[in-house]
Design a protein around this ligand. Structure first.
Ligand code: PLP
Length: 370
């Protein structure tokens, strides 16, 4: 197995991968129309459904794109022309959903909340009630990665149920990183991608879709072609092949990543991530930092930390110091509030976080920031 330098990515994905996932991409060339590749494709598809606990009523549609492609495919494929989707925006990814709808002229209602603050459920309900005859879907972000806030999945999906609307949940940076169950949580469409908590390589997005809901979209005159969810689904069902050329090697990596997910055990992975968050949170507080989001709303997968007030602080300089030592951190700006973000997903372990925190503290002391 080729040795590859190990970087600790504390950016919110693509996340650090194992060597075995990296090496899974080195395979003999294969035509993706071969049966052998078809079997691989179906095994990945079926295991994604399993990871979402959707074996009873859901399927998974895989697309060659980054995560945004999956969100775009979903919104453009499932909202009827005479209906609207209510989109909750309390971060950049909710805003992105709204922009996708604008770009395609999809009927939508914008619900704009303060970024970094929890959603106000009574006011969401008020909007749902006010427009109940027009709204067919409620779309929101589960873990709003912009700020690291966890939106209340079960409360929102109960509201959707009450008003008889379907749910579109962007679980890009939470799927496989915490407990999500499409059946229990009443999720009609869950979107995620290969390079976050499932710990594969970038290049595949997927939509875990309720089969009955997806089949109903046959009635909708298509607004898309490449990204049509139903067409992609039906083609795979019939031919055991992707409709279009898949990212062959990325799929091998995803196969390996999913195998490693089940080998680790879902609960154990969620606990590993949560334990890294606890270590990070404790130390960062000890060093005198504060958080953008109130602790009780943290997703525990990414934390937005307020920039220190010191005149010696420069994000870029801190980034470069850490990067040279194998740690990648991420900036973040919400309105005029500057933060930096530390994520704790991927093939990283508590000792990596401890090592990071030591180097981080060393830098802050050298620069007299603390
Ligand atoms: C919640 C959420 N939605 C959507 C995206 C967009 O994914 P991508 O950058 O892969 O297109 C991200 C990326 O981090 C995300 O965190």
């Amino acid at each position: 197995m080729k040795e590859v330098k190990r970087n600790i990515l504390l950016n919110p994905g693509p996340a650090t991968t194992t060597d075995t996932v990296k090496n899974a991409m080195v395979v003999p060339d294969i035509c993706p129309r071969e049966l052998e590749f078809g079997e691989l494709t179906l095994s990945v598809r079926n295991d994604l459904i399993k990871a979402a606990y959707g074996e009873k009523n859901h399927t998974a549609v895989m697309l060659t794109s980054s995560g945004t492609g999956g969100v775009e495919a979903c919104l453009t494929s499932v909202v009827p022309h005479d209906k609207k989707v209510l989109i909750l925006n309390n971060g950049a990814y909710g805003e992105r959903m709204q922009k996708i709808c604008e770009a395609y002229g999809i009927g939508h209602i914008k619900y704009i909340a303060t970024w970094g603050k929890p959603l106000d459920l009574p006011s969401v309900e008020h909007v749902l009630n006010l427009h109940k005859d027009e709204i067919s879907h409620l779309a929101f972000i589960h873990h709003e990665t912009t700020v690291g806030i966890l939106n209340p999945l079960s409360e929102l999906s109960s509201l959707a149920q009450k008003y008889n609307v379907e749910t579109i949940v962007d679980a890009m940076s939470s799927f496989a990183g915490m407990d999500i169950n499409v059946e229990r949580d009443n999720i009609h469409y869950l979107v995620s991608s290969s390079n976050k908590c499932i710990q594969g390589m970038a290049g595949i997005s997927f939509v875990i879709a309720n089969k009955q809901s997806l089949l109903k979209t046959k009635e909708i005159k298509p607004r898309n072609f490449y990204f049509n969810l139903l067409e992609n689904h039906l083609y795979l069902e019939k031919n055991k092949q992707f409709l279009f050329t898949p990212p062959v090697q990325t799929l091998y990596a995803l196969r390996q990543a999913i195998t490693e997910y089940f080998a680790e055990g879902p609960e154990k992975r969620w606990a590993r991530y949560a334990s890294m968050y606890e270590i990070m949170k404790k130390k960062v507080k000890e060093l005198g930092f504060s958080f953008l989001v109130e602790e009780q709303h943290h997703a525990k997968l990414l934390t937005a930390i307020m920039d220190p007030k010191s005149p010696n602080y420069s994000f870029n300089e801190m980034h470069d110091y850490l990067f040279e030592r194998g740690f990648t951190i991420y900036p973040g700006k919400v309105g005029d509030v500057n933060t930096f973000r530390l994520s704790n997903i991927g093939a990283i372990y508590p000792e990596d976080i401890e090592n990071f925190l030591n180097v981080f503290e060393e830098y802050l002391r050298i620069k007299k920031i603390i």
